[in-house]
Every structure is written in C-alpha cells, then in structure tokens.
Design a protein around this ligand. Sequence first.
Ligand code: TYD
Ligand code: MG
Length: 487
Amino acid sequence: MASSSSRGRRYVCGACGATYGYWLGQCQACGAWNRLEEQSDSVAQRFGSVGKKGSGAGAGAGVQGDMDMVTVSQNSAPSEQKRYTCGIDEFDRVCGGGLVTGGVVLVGGAPGIGKSTLMMQLAHGLSRHHKTVYISGEESVEQVAARARRLGCDGAFMVAHANGVHKILHSLEKSKDLRCLILDSVQSFYVEGLESAAGTINQVRAVASVFIEFARSRGICVLFVGHVTKDGGLAGPKLLEHMVDTVLYFEHEFKDHLRVLRVTKNRYGASHELGFFEMTTTGLRQVVDPSLFFLSDHREGVAGCALFPSMEGGRSIVLEIQALVARTSFGLPRRSAIGFDLGRLLMILAVLEAKCGLSFGGHDIYVNVVGGMKVRDAAGDVAVAAAVLSALSGRALPSGVVFCGEIGLSGEIRDVTRTALRLQEAQKRGFRGAFVPEKATKKVKTTAFRFFSLTDVVNMVELLGIMPQKRAGGSRRETPTVTERQT
Ligand code: TYD
Ligand code: MG
C-alpha cells in the first residue's frame, strides 16, 4: 500500500479501508470501483485526538508515562463482564445475554426495516433499570417522542436530536449516571472540524472512534444504527465493523412481516445466533417459538415434504423441506434449490443415482425450504433426500417424523452435531419418530422417539419403502455395509 504523499494527502477506500498516496478508480485491495476518498493527514490526526482530553495531535506529543502491563492473573477485573438486559429476550440472546458494559454494538439494516423501532423498544426496556439516552440524527425530538408514545415506549429514556459529536459529548459529560447510549444513525453524525460531510468515510470512522473511546472510558453501552448499501454491506468503511464489538443485521428475507436479527460478529458471545421478530401495527413483537411459526402451514400426508430439525445458533428450529419432481418436458432437466445449496442438492442426487440405482435424468427437481429460511447445515442432507424420494414416488413420508443426517459421497450417512438438542425441539413440537444416523441412536438416550437408524442411502431408501429401480442386468442387492461399498 502506498504511503502518504508529499502533499500530505491520502486516499482511503470506502469499502475496505485500504490507504493510497494517490487516487485510483479501482481499489487494488478489494476491487471496489470509485470508493477512494481524499483525506488529509492533518484531518486524520485531528480526529484521532477528538474526545481525548489534553492529548496532543502529533505522534509522541503529550506522551506521559509508560503503559501498564499485567499478567492475566494479576488483573482484578471479574472474568464475567457485566451485562445489561433490555427484557426483549430475542435481542438479549442474540447479544450473548445482554449488552456488555463498555461494549459497542452496530445494528445494520435496509431503510424501513425497523431499526429505529427496535432501538426505541430497546431504549424503553433498558431504561427500566439503566439510564438510557436515544439520540436521533435524523428525526426531531417531536417525531421520536410521538413514535415512542404510539409504540407504548413511554419509559424513562431520554430523547434528543443532534448531529455534532462535540455537542453531544459535551451534553453527556454532565450525565454521570448514563449507562446506555443509542445513536441513530452513525451516518447522520459528524465530528465538528473535519472537512468531509456527514456520512462520508472519514466522518463515519471519526464518529465511531470517538464514541468507542467514550464507551470504553465511561463503561457505558453504545449502540450505533447503520445504513446498508445497495449490495447489502454496511455503509461506510468495512473498518467500522472491525472497530465495534458486535455487528447485528436486521433483515427481512422471510415472510413479509417477519424480521430476523442476525449476529455476524460478537466479541462477547456466539456469532451465529438469530432473533425473530414480527412487525405489527404497534411495533416489533418477538417470535419466541420460531418452529411453530414455520410449521403453521404444514400439512401432513403430502408427498415431497420432510421435516428437519435445523440448528440456528444455540437453538433448534424444525423446518419443512419441500421437493417437487416433475417430468422434463423440454430440453435439459432443471435443478433448482431455494434456501439450500444447489451444489449440495446435485451431490445428493448423484449419490442417490449411483448408490440406489435411481434415475433423475428425465426429471426436473425443485427443492424449497419453507418460510424462506436458509439451511446451511449439512445435517439437512437426509431431509432433502427424503423429500426428493417422496416426491419421486408420489408417496408421503411417515407422519410425525423428522429427518437429519449428512450424506457422504460414498452414500454413507454421517453423524451430525447436537442431535439431542434437535430431537428435544422436535419432541416439543409433537414429533415421535426420527430418521437419524446410526451413531446418533447410540448416543442419544430417549424413549420419547422411535428411531430409524440410518447407515447409508440404500438403507434409507429401503426404510422409507421406496424401492430402487433395478439396474440393467442386475438384481436388487441386500443392504450393503460401508465395507462392501468401499471394496
Ligand atoms: P423504522 O423503524 O423507521 O425503520 P428504519 O429505522 O430501519 O428505517 O420503521 C419503519 C417501517 O416500519 C415503516 O415501513 C413502517 C413500519 N412500522 C410498522 O409497521 N409498525 C410500527 O409500529 C412502526 C413503528 C413501524
Ligand atoms: Mg430509522
């Protein structure tokens, strides 16, 4: 990367934060076009010193004493960080059990998705026990207050409208008991004295660094709302995501009124959690039982439907996987997968063809995960295979039964993680039978389920009662063992 030019100017990529001494149309680091913005060194130094009282602007200026170093055992800080809960379980769980004191959370999402609504409900919940300030850079105090009243968020949180960071910090100095600060949105604030306009890379980075410093030094929780760009990334430099402790995306990819809060980074908890909310006329309502939500339209006794207990973060959700097998009427057979990896579907079909003597050559095959959920878990292979086999034969799968297991290239069905948790959720939903890998039947001790033990795809096809077509010149084989197939 080039260093600062002699003119004291540098150019920063808005997508990845790479720095150049000259302007380029395309960033050499990430390939983004037209994202380089000019930044003067004096500006960079100035925003580095914002918010740090008495610190010098130049390197080495104002340095007093050495930094302290301690061994981990010498440090007296408690090993569990203090957390503030807002009482909205779906949010607290996604954050790993609540907001961490001194931590900074970034909540991104498309316009109109409900970020401000969520923040207001959060502020309402937090303010029950902790002093909370909600600062809107986009809406006036009257607008915010009117919306809060309509949502029933008339808690003790304070609202304000401001854009200048110095002004905000100056006002908050007096508020010694402040515990949580919500800034909506990070793109609408500016650090006074910086040349660029609010929302530009320099400003977003400066605003974030000032408030992160503020959060750390005062031990308060800071939440930034962030806009997303057309391609789904958070507006502003990618660096912003590196700077904060937790990144949450508020998304709208399922049924119309359903919203999903997805964590993509969390320094203080698991990073694959999902929180479900429903947008109603009176704000966001949490969906505490997503399985029930996704199974609400499930019909028993329909060919091509298999139920799969998936894992989403630390929680299991039973999903319906549907398949349609239709005779190809024109040209090449079509394969389509919605909510499931197409490459994986092709692999499953190839294994079924190679090991069970089935032929999909003359059929179009469509697979869909109901409700718009995405199955990224290889444990969904068996459910997809069962749905396809059921659709092919036109016979419904046994009712009250779930399917899970991974299919290997040699046709073996492999064990998957957290079977006990998956079955616990299935049991809660009233399922009493499970097609699971043989190993899982030995590990999971429960009398609540009738287990159908799976060793390989041939054994699965036979258990389902869907007989493979005879191979040309060959007779149907006995269920092979893994050893037989490998030789
Ligand atoms: P908002 O929280 O302003 O979105 P963002 O801050 O992400 O831009 O939400 C606005 C949308 O939510 C708007 O389309 C209307 C809808 N909405 C409801 O359906 N019910 C409600 O109670 C509220 C407050 C908003
Ligand atoms: Mg908003």
